[in-house]
Design a binder for this molecule. Sequence first.
Ligand code: IPM
Ligand code: MG
Length: 360
Amino acid sequence: MKKYKIAVLPGDGIGPEVIAQAIKVLHSAADAFHFELELSEALIGAVAIDQTGNPLPEDTITKCRNADAVLLGAVGHPKYDNDPHAPVRPEQGLLKIRKTLGLFANIRPVSTYPILYDKSPIKTERIQGVDFVVFRELTGGIYFGKKGKSEDGKSAYDTSEYSVDEIDRIARLAFDAALKRRKKLCLVDKANVLETSRLWRATVDLIAREPKYAEIEYSSMFVDNAAMQLIQWPSQFDVILTENMFGDIITDEASVIPGSMGLLPSASVGSNVALFEPIHGSYPQAAGKNIANPMATILSVAMMLEHLNENEAAKSIRVAVDQALEQWYVTEDISKQFAKSTSEVGDWICAKIKELKASA
Ligand code: IPM
Ligand code: MG
């Protein structure tokens, strides 16, 4: 039997609750599809600061490096958010794990569910058939460039830097993904203003001309326009390729399209171990209340299993989540009227996976 080592980083806020459901689902999938799991839990974020003073302890890095995949809940705590003088922050743990594990591509799929059309703040006719994926560069740009403050504290700077190699490696992943999808790729940048964007454009233009990508309908769009088009006409997009900060912003924007942020998973990949996490944050107001939507984390497990080539198991998780939605077996972010708890939704999905397997 195949055995996968998974490092589990529950993190802060609702992280531990949604992770608990995702782990239950992972175990159900392992039972149904005959693979074994070796899980090791580790600290990240505010809980790690509280217990060790470090948002990403060495032990966590070791466990992640030794794993086949990493599953992460959420990072962030309000006590750090509004304190510009905090010496360490939970988010540093997240940025450091991305950098340390070389997770240069963050993959965030966005699709809509007919059952949720009414929940979306955008008109139904605009979101029907939306199905795109954002490839966000994750270890470069302004997040990781030189930054600092003047001695008198009256000015500060952050710099954005990209190399051709950094652009090339994620662009190829995005083009390869487009080949398996609707064969459209849109590069989002600010090439009318930024030198780094002009380097992105020149580099990606060249890749687009390679014969193996001849079938891809390639375009580019300035990020301000893209921000608008994402709301006005989101179904035009298939694969969006973009740099770190633009990707951060447009994926939050895109997350409102389906009607709940609690549904969107993500994968962060590099040349070694990959990491999977919901795109929502730690939602501190809901922590400990058993009300958070576990579906984004459960769908992150599906992405993880696809990455590990356990495609049937992944498929069964996706079908179970779809059915939970169709039958309104959902948390309160989706329906106040029918609201089930975080753990009830997790249990339902586990039972459905078993049932699907038994009837297959
Ligand atoms: C995300 C988050 C992080 C980011 C924060 C928490 C550092 O917003 O994963 O999108 O900006 O990358
Ligand atoms: Mg973000």
